[in-house]
Write a protein that binds this ligand. Structure first.
Ligand code: FAD
Length: 384
């Protein structure tokens, strides 16, 4: 499918703003209830180029810079977070391994189909015994002639049941493990021995599915090692590099939700004042509002600074962890305070505060929990 590539990032941003206001906001409740995004909306996302925001133009993506891409995410998370999640893995953790470390042939084979949204890309690292401690994965891959034979289970895989292609990591050398014994593979849904479980029942992100993936003597062509056979053993590095970008993205999503919550609270207080409540009486709520706005301002500066650094080619592992930690913890605080400001109204579904409260909690868990970000940051500060 052809995606019309606009010349200016601002054009993309304006289209996304309209899309959120006119197409996504009106169906947010419906999607929350159904637990699914309607296919016609996914099709519109494809036509807007949302599956290939950061994939370079030579592969059919929009080729946005990190700064421009996070601006799009900030807009997209001012509505139900599941919409961003549907395109998120294709733009980030699902495709970046191929873009960074893939062979030319792999880039040509997969990126154009991911960029136009024909194929959704996902990332499968987590296992029952390996979440934060990703180095503890048990899935194995053994070379057998022209194929690798994969055995193991991945869990909590976002877009697991709608993805056509997965970046997955398996142990290829039990002695070396994370130090040269893990390998990254490109796995297509349809390879023999690969099955996807039903969607998990979750607290939030209702319209975004996560699934278990099972590899039972799953046959993956020898050439589907990301980067080719010389990259056997380098999979852990690929996975960690992919996560740097993902962590900035999570910061942007948390920021977009926080901004929207602030606006809901501002509107609510303005309405109270318009209906006769004195400003003095509302001083406590006004102070909460001021703190929210101040935190959002600080978070935005940090996020945009880290994104600009990444665009200059600087390694942003340290900054990405600080951004993810600050923005995602802030979003939970702000959702909770928004509930304080709206009081009982905040507890009603129609104001959607409760939806944000549930959804933003996830940002503190995936792509590295807050504790893991603190470990990355402090390790970097204390290194010799
Ligand atoms: C909705 C959802 C979507 C997801 N999507 C994906 C996906 O697409 N692909 C994928 O691969 N994974 C995905 N995940 C998995 C996610 O990345 C993991 O859940 C996350 O890394 C945490 O791992 P865990 O759940 O095993 O928790 P654990 O690692 O068991 O952690 C439990 C608690 O212990 C803390 N903890 C752990 N280790 C330490 C330590 N050393 N020091 C201090 N505290 C520690 C953690 O911070 C956490 O609070 C998803 C998860 C969810 C919930």
């Amino acid at each position: 499918m052809e995606v019309a590539i606009p010349d200016q990032p601002q054009v993309v941003l304006d289209k996304v703003k309209r899309f959120v206001a006119e197409e996504l906001n009106p169906i947010s409740f419906q999607v929350e209830k159904a637990g699914e995004i309607p296919e016609e909306i996914v099709e519109k996302m494809r036509r807007l180029g949302l599956f290939g925001l950061s994939i370079p133009r030579q592969y059919g993506g929009l080729g946005l810079s990190t700064v421009d891409e996070i601006l799009v995410y900030e807009e997209l998370t001012r509505t139900n977070a599941c919409f961003r999640s549907r395109i998120g893995t294709s733009n980030s953790i699902g495709s970046m391994g191929i873009l960074y470390d893939g062979t030319d042939d792999q880039k040509q084979r997969y990126l154009p189909r991911i960029a136009c949204g024909e194929w959704t890309a996902a990332f499968a690292l987590t296992e029952p015994d390996a979440g934060s401690d990703a180095a503890n994965i048990k899935t194995t891959a053994v070379l057998d002639g022209d194929h690798w034979i994969l055995n193991g289970t991945k869990q909590f895989i976002t877009n697991g049941d709608c993805a056509h292609v997965f970046t997955t990591i398996a142990v290829t050398d039990e002695k070396k493990r994370a130090r040269g014994g893990f390998t990254a593979f490109i796995l297509e849904n349809g390879f023999p021995g690969f099955t996807v479980g039903p969607p998990d029942e979750k607290m939030g992100m209702k319209g975004s599915h996560t699934n278990e993936l099972v590899f039972r003597n799953c046959r993956v062509p020898r050439d589907n090692v990301i980067g080719g056979m010389e990259m056997v053993g380098q999979g852990f590095k690929t996975a960690m590099r992919v996560l740097d970008k993902g962590r900035l993205t999570m910061g942007a999503c948390a920021l977009g939700a926080s901004q929207k919550l602030l606006e809901i609270c501002v509107d609510h207080l303005k309405q109270l004042i318009a209906s006769g409540r004195s400003k003095d009486e509302l001083q406590a709520a006004q102070f909460i509002l001021a703190d929210m706005a101040t935190e959002i301002y600080a978070a935005r500066q940090g996020l945009h600074h880290a994104a600009r650094l990444r665009d200059t080619g600087t390694n942003v592992t340290h900054e990405a962890s600080m951004v993810k930690l600050f923005c995602t913890e802030m979003a939970s605080r702000i959702a909770d305070r928004a509930m304080d400001i709206l009081g009982e109204a905040g507890y009603l579904k129609k104001y959607q505060i409760e939806m944000y409260l549930r959804d933003v909690r996830l940002y503190r868990i995936f792509e590295g929990t807050s504790e893991i970000q603190r470990m990355v940051i402090s390790r970097n500060l204390l290194k010799e």
